[in-house]
Design a protein around this ligand. Structure first.
Ligand SMILES: Nc1nc2c(ncn2[C@@H]2O[C@H](COP(=O)(O)OP(=O)(O)O)[C@@H](O)[C@H]2O)c(=O)[nH]1
Ligand SMILES: [Mg+2]
Length: 369
């Protein structure tokens, strides 16, 4: 029988913890033919006596564990909870779950079903079909949550994952193990985003199921999205291979342009020769920067053969983008006239060249293994 451990971080959840644990005891029965479900409450010494309630319940429920921590935020509490669970409770899968009843425990069996079917990481999403956020949320809270998740999706160019910030998830132990050293440096929503990002980089199979998020009836929220917005943007900027790829492309353009300019204007080289030299230099720079920076987590095997072959493919993809750009811009000039050529160029780069190159780099050169 495999162990599934539900981690419940609490800070002042005296109003909901007993009800939640009672429901969890029923869920434990419900899934007992396949899973041994246990619960770990990670309480950051709540002044409202949450831990006392848990201690009282422990007399009744043998599956209930309690870890006391200092008040150092949600990320730290989860880090300590994961570490404790792996040391003492032999988990096969660990759940992140809020203790304020915003996350409906009756959805747990669906998470477990996905895990049993082979997923490594199941995200409870409010933003896929049949998922929901509370209707009575204020407009600013709705916007923060929706736009926030959209920014993360686009920032990482991982459009399939719709939910990055909400902490209702089932994660296999190996996934946590392989990312804990990195994610422990983050807090709040950034911690939640970092876990998904690291899991993707470690090639975990991630799936989403719809959840209905309900507002807490007791107590108050301790984290606000706006508080973390700058850290979230910073995390994306420093960790998204898509953003790095865009930066590399931009630098490549500057290199290409500068060399051409120098050779043509100062060294009086033939235009075609200068163009050949500058584009190929930019391609080499891009290839190396992408390999060692943008896609460093899946960088090429360092054998001569792999390098030469991949570099050849990279050149082909780059030549493709030159052809697309040339033909595209000519087509638009014929259709709409010449004066706006620079707008066409920007448009083609943003909406055709960037998606095209990113797609083929990921599918042909730096393949997800
Ligand atoms: N142990 C611990 N739990 C926390 C801390 N901050 C928040 N939590 C818990 O994390 C869960 C989500 O927090 P909540 O304030 O409801 O955030 P929201 O749902 O995003 O508004 C709840 O169960 C909180 O009690 C903390 O510093 N330590
Ligand atoms: Mg909450």
């Amino acid at each position: 029988m495999r162990n599934a451990i539900i981690l419940l971080p609490t800070y002042n959840e005296a109003g909901s913890i007993e009800k939640l644990i009672t429901i969890l005891s029923h869920i434990r029965e419900e899934v007992s033919s396949n899973w041994n479900l246990e619960v770990l409450v990670i309480d950051s010494t709540s002044p409202d006596g949450t831990a006392e309630i848990v201690k009282k319940l422990q007399k009744k429920y043998g599956f209930l564990h309690l870890l006391m921590t200092k008040k150092e935020g949600l990320g730290k509490a989860y880090f300590q909870g994961f570490t404790y669970t792996m040391q003492h409770l032999h988990p096969y899968v660990m759940f992140e779950m809020d203790a304020d009843l915003s996350h409906d425990p009756r959805e747990i069996p669906q998470f477990l079903k996905k895990i049993a079917q082979g997923a490594d990481f199941v995200i409870g999403s409010r933003y896929i079909k049949n998922g929901s956020i509370p209707e009575d949320w204020g407009l600013h809270r709705k916007i923060f949550s929706i736009v926030g998740n959209l920014i993360v999706r686009l920032g990482f160019m991982k459009l399939k994952i719709t939910e990055w910030t909400n902490g209702y998830r089932a994660i296999k132990t190996w996934v946590i193990q392989s990312s804990l050293n990195t994610v422990k440096h983050y807090s709040g929503y950034v911690f939640q985003i970092a876990i998904i990002d690291q899991a993707l980089k470690n090639k975990a199979q991630i799936e989403e199921i719809p959840i209905q998020f309900t507002d807490r009836k007791h107590g108050v929220s301790k984290i606000s999205f706006s508080q973390y917005i700058v850290q979230i943007l910073l995390y994306i900027f420093l960790n998204s291979s898509f953003i790095k790829f865009v930066i590399v492309g931009g630098v490549g353009f500057i290199i290409d342009f500068s060399i051409s300019f120098f050779l043509i204007e100062k060294a009086f080289a033939e235009v075609w020769l200068a163009t050949l030299a500058s584009t190929e230099t930019a391609i080499i720079c891009n290839f190396l920067s992408n390999n060692f920076w943008s896609f460093s987590y899946k960088k090429l095997e360092s054998t001569k053969k792999t390098y030469i072959l991949s570099f050849f493919k990279f050149n082909l993809i780059s030549s493709g983008s030159i052809i697309i750009q040339t033909l595209g811009i000519q087509l638009l000039v014929v259709m709409f006239g010449k004066p706006m050529w620079y707008l066409y160029k920007v448009f083609i780069i943003l909406f055709i060249i960037i998606p095209y190159s990113y797609f083929f780099y990921n599918k042909v050169v730096w393949k997800d293994r």
